[in-house]
Every structure is written in structure tokens, then in C-alpha cells.
Design a protein around this ligand. Structure first.
Ligand SMILES: O=C(CO)COP(=O)(O)O
Length: 140
């Protein structure tokens, strides 16, 4: 599976601790992140992550491009609900595309934990079907 990590500044410690706790699950998958989030995770785990640009400089949009193509299977995006972000339109666009494609996205650590446990149990097999059969194949 292909998984992306994104965390706003005041959520980065929580993200790093979360990924450390589930490193045994994430190490079996292809990982992506925005710039600083990925740097922080890689400094404190043994995981290899493809890092895009920092969020405010376009990283959310780069991940959004993968979402638009239905490449990503899970996004863990720990947002800061109490701090305005200069790139709010990019964030909204990314979340909208997740809903367009029906991609699982966790915006807090409780949901991230549920989805990651599900991933660890091998319950993401349905995503293989999504890759295999494009929406046009589903038309009656
Ligand atoms: O701003 C972000 C997401 O909107 C995260 O970007 P960084 O991981 O580069 O801090």
C-alpha cells in the first residue's frame, strides 16, 4: 500500500510518536510525506520516506496530485484545528480530492490508530481492486 504522512507544526511530535509506535506496520509499505514531516519521521525511525515539498510551499498539492490519480491508499494528516494555516486552500483541496476518490484519510490520531490497525490486519485489500478497476470500468 502507499501511505502519506502530513502533520502541522504543533502536531509533529504526536505524528513522530505515532509512527514510532506503528513502525512495524509502516515498514511494509511505500511511504510519502510533506517535507518537514518526513524529515522529522526519518530522523527518529528507520523508515525510508519519499518527501515532497513542505506543505506551505506546495507539498499538500503534490500529495493531492497522487490522490487525484488514486495512487495513495491511506493518508494520515494530523491537522492543527486551532491554528490558521497560510495554505488552507491547499489543505481543503487535498481533503476534497480524498472524498472524490474515497481514499481513507485520518485527521486525528484516534482515527489514524483505527485505520493503521486495520492496515496491519491486512484489511486494505479492497484498495487493490480500486487500482485495478478504474471508475469507468464500473459503469453499467
Ligand atoms: O503544512 C503542512 C501540511 O499542510 C505540512 O508541511 P511540512 O511537513 O513541510 O511541515
Amino acid at each position: 500500500m502507499q501511505i502519506a504522512f502530513i502533520a502541522h507544526d504543533r502536531k509533529k511530535d504526536e505524528m513522530v510518536n505515532f509512527v514510532i509506535a506503528y513502525e512495524h506496520v509502516f515498514k511494509h509499505h511505500k511511504l510519502y510525506s510533506t517535507g518537514t514531516t518526513g524529515q522529522r519521521i526519518m530522523e527518529q525511525t528507520g523508515l525510508n520516506i519519499h518527501r515532497f515539498m513542505s506543505g506551505p510551499l506546495g507539498g499538500d498539492q503534490q500529495i493531492g496530485a497522487l490522490v487525484a490519480e488514486n495512487v495513495l491508499d491511506l493518508i494520515i494528516f494530523l491537522r492543527d484545528p486551532l491554528m490558521a494555516q497560510p495554505h488552507e486552500p491547499d489543505i481543503i483541496a487535498l481533503l476534497r480530492l480524498c472524498d472524490v476518490q474515497g481514499i481513507p484519510v485520518a485527521t486525528n490520531v484516534a482515527t489514524a490508530e483505527l485505520l493503521t490497525n486495520s492496515l496491519g490486519r491486512g484489511e486494505f485489500g479492497w484498495r487493490e481492486l480500486v487500482h485495478k478497476y478504474k471508475p469507468e470500468d464500473w459503469q453499467p
